[in-house]
Design a protein around this ligand. Structure first.
Ligand code: NDP
Length: 278
């Protein structure tokens, strides 16, 4: 079975539109991009378009590559105070002269719709997550949509970044999965994969996981966005071989990507609701 993130995301957008019907005050999302990274520009423009289509108040702040850190922090301070803005997202990666962790900490936790502030990361690690990192939250929603009890399943997450792997592992553990978190120092990765009921691949290496390593009837979530040798978009999983083994698998594109944007819109809606005591 193909798990269509595109289809589930559409349902999320329809729900959001319905919730906002008749509201005068709309959620406000500010997206900040520093520099000219081509992939980041595409992601920022997708976020802008989607927010507009939902009727959100949307601001995109485009800053030049050499913007001093202080200037970025001043902009965040201003957005923190702005009552029209309920969600602030600083597109990563930032240029090398800027300290990303300092910038992420400057965003008010209540407006941290990416869920990267240590306060929100701490809540998630204690099982009280509210603003949960969008990709991880999107993966949990996709797994829940399968109507397969997750409790007791063995999940192998490959990748331990704060953006994807670590929060995914925490969420799966909170769904009562038994989680193995793998990374670049993991030995015998294929042994872990051969026992996995759920595999989440967030490595950033094209076709890294081959179907031959997977357990029969597993569920595969492919987070990777890579360019293959012929220039086409591909994930971290070799789709054709994995599809033979898996009972459910996400495609790239059309899998995790649309869910990440859907959860960003959902997090912004949640912040707006808190602000207006809904
Ligand atoms: P990072 O580079 O931050 O993390 C990659 C992780 O993979 C690290 O934990 C690293 O281990 C691990 N890793 C690297 N090599 C191996 C290996 N040989 N065996 C096992 N583990 C390995 O990447 P991100 O988490 O930010 O992103 C991962 C992928 O997901 C990328 O392709 C990115 O583009 C994509 N992505 C997609 C999104 C979407 O919406 N679809 C959203 C965000 C990311 P170690 O920690 O030891 O270095």
């Amino acid at each position: 079975m193909l798990i269509s993130g595109k289809k589930i995301a559409k349902e999320v957008f329809a729900q959001i539109k319905q919730e906002l019907e008749g509201e005068d005050q709309k959620p406000g999302l500010a997206v900040v991009l520093v520099g000219e990274d081509p992939a980041s520009k595409i992601y920022v423009s997708r976020k802008h378009k989607r927010a507009m289509s939902l009727g959100y108040h949307q601001e995109t702040h485009l800053l030049s590559e050499d913007t001093p850190q202080e200037e970025l922090l001043t902009l965040i301070d201003r957005l923190n105070q702005d009552e029209k803005i309920h969600g602030i997202l600083v597109q990563l990666p930032l240029p090398n002269h800027i300290d990303s962790s300092l910038v992420l900490k400057r965003i008010k936790p209540e407006k941290d719709v990416d869920g990267f502030h240590p306060y929100n990361a701490g809540l998630l690690s204690q099982g009280q997550g509210h603003l949960i990192p969008c990709t991880a939250k999107g993966i949990a929603v996709m797994l829940e949509s399968l109507d397969i009890p997750l409790s007791g399943l063995h999940a192998v997450v490959i990748g331990r970044s704060n953006i994807v792997g670590r929060p995914v592992a925490q969420l799966l553990e909170q769904h009562n999965c038994t989680v193995t978190l793998c990374h670049s120092r993991t030995q015998n990765l294929n042994d872990h994969l051969s026992r996995a009921d759920i595999v989440v691949a967030a490595v950033g290496k094209a076709n890294f996981v081959h179907g031959s390593a997977l357990k029969e009837d597993c569920i595969v979530i492919d987070v990777g966005i890579n360019r293959s040798e012929n220039g086409s978009l591909c994930g971290d999983v070799d789709f054709d071989s994995a599809r033979e083994k898996a009972k459910a698998i996400t495609p790239v594109p059309g899998g995790v990507g649309p869910m990440t944007i859907a959860m960003l819109m959902k997090n912004t809606l949640e912040s707006w609701k808190r602000f207006h005591n809904h």
